[in-house]
Design a protein around this ligand. Sequence first.
Ligand code: HEM
Ligand SMILES: *[C@@H]1O[C@H](CO)[C@@H](O)[C@H](O)[C@H]1NC(C)=O
Ligand SMILES: *[C@@H]1O[C@H](CO)[C@@H](O)[C@H](O)[C@H]1NC(C)=O
Ligand SMILES: *[C@@H]1O[C@H](CO)[C@@H](O)[C@H](O)[C@H]1NC(C)=O
Length: 217
Amino acid sequence: MRTNALLTSVAIWTSALAQQETVRYQDPETGITFASITHANGASYRVALPINSTSSDAVLQIVAPKEFQWCGLAWGGHMTNNPLSVSWTTGATSGQKAIVSNRMAYSYYAVPQQYDGAEHTYLKGTTSNDTHWQVTARCQGCTRWSSADGDIDITTVSETVFAYACSSYAPDTPNSNTSQFNIHEQFGIWNHNLDLGRSESFGDWIRNNPYEASVEV
Ligand code: HEM
Ligand SMILES: *[C@@H]1O[C@H](CO)[C@@H](O)[C@H](O)[C@H]1NC(C)=O
Ligand SMILES: *[C@@H]1O[C@H](CO)[C@@H](O)[C@H](O)[C@H]1NC(C)=O
Ligand SMILES: *[C@@H]1O[C@H](CO)[C@@H](O)[C@H](O)[C@H]1NC(C)=O
């Protein structure tokens, strides 16, 4: 249960972040058109959806400056009882350079657990360079879920509330998607315009952008 104090602090955060807006963004590497937001901390959260969705399918892209060791997206706009796509850099210079982990938190005082209701499939654009790391992945299960919050379906709405969290401390085992990690230093909550990322091309985007681990040259 959230306390009134927590709700109040959330309301302040929401208004503080209202300057950032969702924009349509076409990723040059994959051609995918996302509904994208870049927060004041430099991290971007991008979502693409099928045009008239009949499933829980989405494509997610998280791009984070390297000062962050992990950043996550909360699909229900708060920490608990909704799918979390938690991503981080593995630190590897070849092979898999970034990871996304499907989690759900059931309280504020434990590491979010593996969430079997969602599955991420990596796409092209999961990589890192000198300044940023990024994950591009299909998520099946991130846009519809059942939890203590009820039966939620965000594919039927034009706009929804998302939340993020980021930390500058690395997960304990950066090359594992089941790693433990510690509490965030930052979080934020915002309204995301999903319509900007809906397309008839959704199926083609997934078919045309299989993941390729990077090779050291
Ligand atoms: C070990 C992992 C984590 C711990 C121990 C933790 C702990 C907490 C605690 C104690 C709060 C409430 C205190 C405050 O307002 O600062 C909080 C708030 C919050 N956390 Fe976490 N957290 C963890 C991971 C995550 C992850 C992975 C996400 C998102 C992907 C996340 C998103 C949020 C958000 C959005 C809030 C604001 C309150 C809300 O809207 O629910 N947290 N967290
Ligand atoms: C999506 O739904 C709208 C509204 O029902 C309809 O007009 C449109 O033709 C549909 N598009 C596709 C590609 O099915
Ligand atoms: C980790 O990856 C495996 C294999 O892709 C997957 O089955 C599992 O659900 C993932 N776990 C988490 C917590 O993301
Ligand atoms: C590093 O990656 C980020 C995120 O994809 C990108 O914006 C930036 O242009 C890249 N930098 C270089 C030098 O390629």
